[in-house]
Design a protein around this ligand. Structure first.
Ligand SMILES: Nc1ncnc2c1ncn2[C@@H]1O[C@H](COP(=O)(O)OP(=O)(O)O)[C@@H](O)[C@H]1O
Ligand SMILES: [Mg+2]
Length: 293
């Protein structure tokens, strides 16, 4: 690791943090412009009603096409929810709505019972504890596994502190924990660019875990993985379940079988069926529109 590489990584993170901290953002959720307040802390999350995420009658159209059509979802804290469905069903758009990337035309989206997510910007929602793993791994290839995890840590909210940032002992413990969880303890000093595709995916999950998210959204996490990597990813998610709420979109049905409790089938932007994997697999409409015979 050269100082140039460390600096390059630090600069990218600093630019990113500055962007996040650029102040209140005006948004146009649900038709009106509103000014966005301070982001809630995860500790303010109200789980009294047994739900961590709640969507009701959410719709969004792109150029007149209804990508999400009166979608409702109710997710419990610590739940591992699998979302399946044909291409174009609206699975990624659903994640875009939860994370603030896309604003719905109608409907409500709540984090816990009291936090209206439609009032917050994408970075604010991430800072509240809703982490997202996109399909493609986005790790810092030139940095080591350790440095990637270190950079992912929440630090003081000014960039001078983030440049001078040093891990405290609790953070070091967390980093060691995460390394074990993502099966990369042996690779800690390797450059991320040298890792296999599956290991990069785990590293990115690890970077999200460093931020102690309440909810993790994973979009096709095992796409492109070997069978062994897929199995290890299933173990990893099962271990995270309970501590974090996980929402997993996948096409790999053996993977879904290994991890699923409740499966939601999306089709044409709405819930087509929901239940255990064996229940939804036996549903005629699901067979017709997605699983085939
Ligand atoms: N930003 C966008 N602009 C226009 N159309 C979009 C946009 N995002 C998604 N769509 C359309 O919405 C539908 C649902 O897409 P998507 O959520 O990506 O489905 P899935 O992830 O289930 O395959 C698709 O028809 C897609 O082309
Ligand atoms: Mg998708």
């Amino acid at each position: 690791m050269t100082p140039e590489l460390i600096n390059a990584g630090t600069e990218r993170m600093t630019a990113y943090r500055k962007k996040i901290l650029a102040g209140p953002v005006a948004d146009t959720a649900a038709g009106g412009t509103m000014s966005v307040g301070r982001a809630h802390k995860a500790s303010e999350l109200d789980l009294a009603h047994g739900r961590i995420l709640y969507l009701e009658d959410v719709s969004v159209s792109f150029d007149g096409f209804k990508a999400i059509n009166q979608l409702s979802l109710d997710i419990a804290p610590g739940e591992l929810r699998c979302i399946i469905g044909p291409n174009g069903a609206g699975k990624t758009t659903m994640m875009d709505i939860i994370t603030g990337k896309t604003r719905p035309d109608e409907g409500t989206v709540y984090f816990g019972s009291t936090i209206n997510l439609l009032r917050y910007s994408e970075p604010e929602i991430a800072a509240m504890g809703i982490g997202r793993k996109f399909q493609k791994p986005t790790v810092f290839e030139k940095l080591t596994v350790f440095e990637n995890l270190e950079l992912a840590l929440k630090t003081k909210k000014d960039w001078i502190s983030s440049v001078r940032f040093k891990l405290d002992s609790a953070q070091r413990d967390r980093l060691a924990d995460v390394l074990e969880t993502i099966h990369l303890a042996q690779q800690v000093n390797r450059q991320a660019g040298e890792l296999s595709h599956g290991q990069k995916q785990w590293l990115e999950i690890g970077m999200l875990l460093m931020q102690e998210p309440r909810v993790l959204l994973l979009d096709e996490p095992v796409a492109g993985m070997t069978d062994v990597e897929t199995e290890r990813t299933a173990e990893l998610l099962l271990r995270l379940k309970g501590k974090h709420c996980l929402i997993v979109v996948e096409h790999d049905m053996s993977f879904i079988k290994a991890i699923s409790d409740i499966v939601t089938v999306l089709c044409d932007g709405a819930v087509l069926a929901q239940g255990s994997l064996s229940q939804v697999s036996a549903d005629e409409r699901v067979i017709e529109s997605y699983l085939g015979r």
